[in-house]
Design a protein. Sequence first.
Length: 594
Amino acid sequence: MAAEESQRDFSSQSNSGSVHGTHLSLKLAVDFEAKVITGSATYTVKVVENGATQFVLDTSTLVITKVEVDGVRAKFRQHVEHQTFGSALEITLPGAERAAGSTATVSIFYNTSPRSSAVQWLPPAQTAGKARPYLFTQCQAIHARALLPCQDTPAAKLTYDATVEVPEWATCLMSALSTGAPATAGSSEGMRTFGFHQPVPVPSYLIALAVGDLASREISHRCRIWSEPSMVDAAAHDFAQTEEFLTAAEELTCPYEFLTAAEELTCPYVWGRYDVLCLPPSFPYGGMENPCLTFVTPTLLTGDRSLAFVVAHEISHSWTGNLITNRTWQSFWLNEGFTMWLERKIMSRVTRDARYYDFDAHIGWNHLKEDIALFESKGSAALTALCPPLEGIDPDDAFSSVPYEKGFALLNELQTRIGAEAFEEFVKTYIDNFKFGTITGTQFRAFVQASSYFKGDALDGLDWDEWLFAPGMPRNKPNALALEVLRAMDAAYGLSAARNSELAFRWQLLCLRRRADFIVSHVLEFITSQGRMKFTRPLYRELNKRPETASQAVDAFMANADFYHPICRAMVAKDLGLQMKKNMSRSLRCARYA
């Protein structure tokens, strides 16, 4: 067991350590008919390493038509595409721009491909309104390179602005602040242009775009709910607590009494707005923490707000993940472990029940056991380490509840050693110290060891190497229920007809594991009516375990393959042992484990 963490991002072919893009200006046009986005990406570039001769970006399935450096045509080379990591784009810098500290403006003119793993194009039939097409992007972990040429590593943060031309009927949203009303002047015929700016530095995976027939409802001075017109009121109802969650998060990261007493030590919500976009059902995740505009799945809509905790999770990312970001995907647990901790603290406050924290942590512990057992069964136990070895590995293939729940478990262990109140104060100093930057597990360990909150023997016996680099954890046996009991429970409580997607998922998984065949039709309906991978993948895997249901799983998947987002489609195909076409999407991401 090598007790060290790589400082290199094996998932990126860019040279962000030598030449760093500090600001990005996007000029894009959306073509629903061709299913492409065309435009330009213009970078303000700073040379970090003296004598650097190239600005190297990541691309995937992009067509590069022209490159300019300081307004002059420049030489470029796009390498042969790697199946997982795409094509390196090498841009030659003129001699005058090669000294450390020098700057240049680099413009890349390009268009995406209909095969882009970052973009899902929905025909009208796959929307709620059934009248207009829709598109949305998903860039985490390494799919931003399929949306735009970029330094696709979380280590490279930058500010950005954008103009996006879309059909007149459409509304465009981005992970940034709007610059005003859409304009038709200067736009192509039948089109209008939206403008955005993101003044807080973000990594490329947090650049997000959605275009469709959208409506909104204001729920506070800084929170707005977006969705298709027929769904927006239901979404506004279920996510009505968003401002309450956001206020609780601010209190946990910067108590209001500090705002005047020690303003320089506070860390309020810095992103301006917190809007939520409820997407069509093929969105493959629970939520995605895009700054200023969280994306969520409609499977959260229950009518009783019982699944709104996912929004609390995404709000937490405003500090832990977006403001402080894992430097490489090997340190992903620092994004998600801290976010699980903060989410559970928020929900304990909002529910006014301190038991929420421990109860939810117990549920998460069981999820962790299940995922570790799955990885071990596939011979991939190494990926259950908090800092897994990722050289040559798609970070999406390493995704599970491990960074969430094992990361949380480490933080909870630290909290237990000094007490909850002291640990909450420690988290405030952590956020203040690393805000706007990036961090590795090694840095976090050093910060804890140097912190005055962990005095004396507080860290005695804590094996950091074991926590960070050792795979695995003890397994547990699920409790078995008799088939008769399952039938009685269903008759009494109507669980098979539950509208709550979390409840339906757990009930269906339990019934499948007990070979309760009455549930199969409900499972098939559920996994073909939404594409959230937290639900679809485990259910497909469970169906595939038995010959009696495996063929039904394959038939259902093949009949609905075009419905699923490329990310979901590719991962379910792997789960079922099916061969899909090259360049199918490879991401696996979630709020609450997708």
